[in-house]
Ligand binder design. Structure first.
Ligand code: PMP
Length: 363
């Protein structure tokens, strides 16, 4: 029996995708081999990567002057690739500190000080004093920076930008690892978007970068594997790309097209799912959400009882009923339900029922 997996990532995949992988495992479209075995230079794989990019472009409405790159190294490698490629005359970026992942991005930026010989990272605003429970707003954009960096959806703290900061013309770079494809975005608002595939686009091993073409500059000092120019020039085939992860992403996009058609529709359903859980949390006498109401994520919903022992009891109670990976991150404690695209509305209904039943037993 399959469990309901509320993991923050890698996370639950649509059954459509798993079934299709199973069907094509021994023989992909009559070529007598699985995708795992085929050369990345083969016609079959070329077809897979091209189809995947086309589907992503269509769903996200990516303008022609943006390049899509299929890379490795996780979201975490982008913390280094972004500055080494995007630094301009200032060799400095500003970060909005909204949690563990923006903190890590800032730490990697700071690490570059030994190369550039000056301060490379400034913090534009932070919500750390309130355990990252909200998104800072109306802050000043620091002077003398090459770009502003944000983590658009904070996987651990369950907060999300509902409105992008007004950067006053400064380039905006955003980590969409835990919210990509959850609702429409206007790609032109960003200089660069990146996201690991393992939450809303498939499995681990693949990171997608969407970058405005004029920002891809040839610079032979940048190590080849860190250079957007090298990867773009070779159509993400400078070295062996993560072939199976790209294939799975293609299937996830195919499922989104078939099941929802557009990100507008998918966004509506995601809002309904999240509302169901938040409405219950707002009225519960036992559980409460930890993120500020106006900044709540559609994808990651952290909540607590306020009592560590009771939290542990609930996690155990839920697990016995088939709800797994619902334990919160250690920095927030309590619980976290990650309800990515592949989590059906009915599963969130079941989770709410489970919480109601637990609540009844406590009161
Ligand atoms: N950014 C965000 C928002 C994340 O949630 C994560 C991983 N959970 C990362 C970056 C890091 O991604 P990776 O593990 O792929 O390096």
């Amino acid at each position: 029996m399959r469990v309901l997996n509320f993991s923050a990532g890698p996370s639950q995949l649509p059954e459509y995708v798993l079934e299709k992988i199973k069907d094509q495992m021994m023989d992909y479209e009559k070529c007598g081999q699985s995708v795992m075995e085929m050369s990345h230079r083969s016609q079959e794989f070329k077809g897979i990567i091209e189809k995947t990019e086309k589907r992503l472009r269509k769903l996200m409405n990516i303008p022609d002057n943006y390049k899509v790159l299929f890379l490795q190294g996780g979201g975490s490698l982008q913390f280094t690739m972004i500055p080494v490629n995007l630094f301009g005359e200032n060799k400095k970026a500003a970060v909005v500190n909204t949690g563990a992942w923006s903190k890590k991005a800032a730490a990697e930026l700071k690490r570059l000080e030994w190369i550039y010989g000056h301060e490379t990272c400034v913090i534009a605003a932070s919500s750390e004093e309130d355990n990252f429970s909200y998104i800072p707003k109306d802050f000043d954009i620091p002077e003398g920076i090459d770009y502003l960096y944000i983590c658009e959806n904070n996987t651990i703290y369950g907060t999300k930008y509902k409105k992008l900061p007004d950067t006053k013309g400064v380039k905006l770079v955003a980590d969409l690892s835990s919210c990509i494809l959850s609702e429409p975005v206007n790609v032109s608002d960003y200089a660069l978007i990146f996201a690991g595939a393992q939450k809303n686009m498939g499995i681990a091993g693949l990171t997608v970068v969407i970058i405005r073409e004029d920002l891809i500059k040839k610079d032979d000092r940048i190590p080849a594997m860190l250079s957007y120019y090298v990867h773009a020039d070779k159509e993400s085939m400078y070295n062996t790309p993560p072939t199976f992860s790209i294939y799975v992403m293609g299937l996830v996009l195919e499922w989104i097209e078939k099941e929802f058609g557009t990100l507008e529709k998918l966004g509506e359903i995601n809002r309904k799912k999240a509302d169901l859980l938040y409405d219950y949390l707002d009225n519960s006498k036992v559980f409460k959400g930890t993120a500020a109401k106006e900044d709540r994520s559609l994808m990651n919903v952290p909540f607590v009882t306020g009592d560590k022992n009771l939290d542990a009891e609930f996690i155990d109670f839920a697990k016995k009923k088939g709800f797994v990976n619902i334990k919160g991150h250690r920095s927030v404690g309590g619980m976290r339900a990650s309800i990515y695209n592949a989590m059906p509305y009915e599963a969130v209904e079941k989770l709410v029922e489970c919480m109601k039943e637990f609540e009844k037993g406590v009161l």
